[in-house]
Ligand binder design. Structure first.
Ligand SMILES: [Zn+2]
Ligand SMILES: [Zn+2]
Length: 62
């Protein structure tokens, strides 16, 4: 019955938030309360928001 799950970012802390953008369960530490999304989406949102001419996509996780 308990909604248990670990943070999908650090995979160690207990998830307390669910990202409305990607649906990932994350702990409070990896939840951006400013944007109300997980840090993954927050970083992606910030990258697209802050447009730089030099985009390094080599470190995209697969
Ligand atoms: Zn976490
Ligand atoms: Zn997310």
């Amino acid at each position: 019955m308990s909604v248990s799950g670990v943070c999908q970012v650090c995979e160690s802390a207990e998830a307390s938030q669910t990202c409305p953008n990607c649906g990932a369960m994350v702990c409070s530490e990896h939840y951006d309360r400013e944007l109300s999304i997980c840090v993954r989406c927050a970083s992606a949102a910030r990258q697209s928001d802050d447009q730089t001419s030099e985009i390094d996509q080599s470190d995209v996780m697969r």
